[in-house]
Design a protein around this ligand. Structure first.
Ligand SMILES: [Zn+2]
Ligand SMILES: [Zn+2]
Length: 353
């Protein structure tokens, strides 16, 4: 992974990479990541309801909600929204507290962007918007879960034997790849000039990102991501436990990768947290979520030989070698990004100190 296969960090389970050979550590990491991830999104309640249903357990009121009792639907939706918002707030607060406890002057050791800090005003905005969206995702998650339980609307299935163990195992990879492909394609779409300026720019005002900014998108855009990933249920049979693990993983690392903390992950396919942090620093590059695959294929992986900035649309940056006399790695720093075009005043209130 080269540049994105880097060093020590808070969540780094094995900076030397040794954990990658340990199956038991991967298994326990999967469990921890899934539970934490679920706590950070609406799935904290919605998906476990589906998993419990698959082993013959229906929580109180679920049957009535599925049957159309609106009081039960409302009760579960409200419970889900508050549970998700609370879980998201708790997870992000814990990370931000860890950051605040680090000694001054130690930023170069753990911070992705050691010389840049988001102002308090934008931190608070990310906290409000992120927590609101986590609750909103829970409402959408609960609504679609009840739809799955009604049966017949989607291809979700609840008995592993129905499609066999081989498909069950393969479906983890298929579902993961689907989620990543969807995230890449639509994230890149949201970086088209018009859509970026009217929707996605909001997410990029949090520069450098904080854990709360993980889901701090325009609610319309975030709703699109939440529902879009679920389109696979109309196409392929997926067991809810697959959704639980992959969804938990995605939710967990979405927050970790926005934390601004340099960190590795135990999974051999996953780049370091610098990968997405660089997306925020350089704007129109590194569109993938938790894998580099699609950026490699479509040539949108950041390279130090090119310059990037908020006005450099297209995902490839500019060839800045001639323009600035030497290879540059400035990105948006100091407002000098995009050497070949006019540089607008950056709207982020991040500052050097
Ligand atoms: Zn983006
Ligand atoms: Zn982001």
């Amino acid at each position: 992974m080269g540049y994105y296969d880097c060093g020590d960090g808070r969540r780094s389970i094995a900076p030397d990479g040794s954990a990658r050979a340990s199956f038991s550590r991967l298994l326990s990491a999967t469990a921890v990541v899934t539970v934490c991830g679920m706590a950070g999104r609406g799935e904290i309640i919605a998906v476990p309801i589906l998993v419990l249903h698959s082993i013959g357990i229906d929580l109180p009121g679920i049957g009535a909600a599925v049957g159309g009792d609106w009081r039960c639907v409302l009760a579960w939706v409200i419970f889900s929204a508050f549970g998700a918002a609370h879980g998201y707030y708790g997870h992000c607060t814990e990370i931000e507290r860890w950051k605040s406890l680090q000694p001054k002057g130690s930023e170069a050791l753990w911070k992705c962007q050691p010389d840049r800090f988001l102002c308090e005003e934008k931190k608070a905005y990310a906290r409000r918007l992120g927590t609101f969206n986590a609750g909103m995702a829970a409402v959408l998650g609960m609504a679609t879960s009840l739809l799955h339980l009604q049966g017949g609307h989607t291809k979700m299935y609840f008995d592993i034997d129905e499609f066999g163990i081989a498909w069950y195992v393969v479906s983890f990879v298929v579902f993961f790849t689907w989620v990543e492909a969807f995230a890449y394609a639509f994230h890149r779409l949201f970086h088209l000039k018009f859509i970026y300026k009217h929707l996605h720019k909001l997410h990029h005002t949090f520069q450098p990102p904080t854990s709360f900014s993980a889901v701090a998108f325009h609610p319309v855009e975030f709703g699109f991501y939440v529902l879009g990933g679920q389109m696979i249920f109309f196409v392929l049979p997926i067991h809810p436990s697959v959704m639980l693990v992959v969804g938990g993983y995605t939710a967990y690392y979405l927050i970790e990768d926005h934390s601004g903390i340099k960190a590795t992950a135990p999974w051999p396919w996953q780049p370091t947290s610098l990968y997405h942090d660089d997306h925020h620093r350089y704007f129109h590059v590194n569109f993938g979520q938790h894998v580099l695959w699609f950026d490699w294929i479509f040539g949108t992986l950041r390279t130090v030989r090119r310059t990037y900035g908020e006005e450099c649309f297209g995902g490839k940056g500019h060839n800045g070698i001639k323009a600035v006399g030497k290879a540059v790695d400035k990105g948006a720093e100091g407002g000098k990004a995009c050497a070949l075009s006019k540089i607008p005043t950056r709207e982020s209130c991040s500052t050097r100190r």
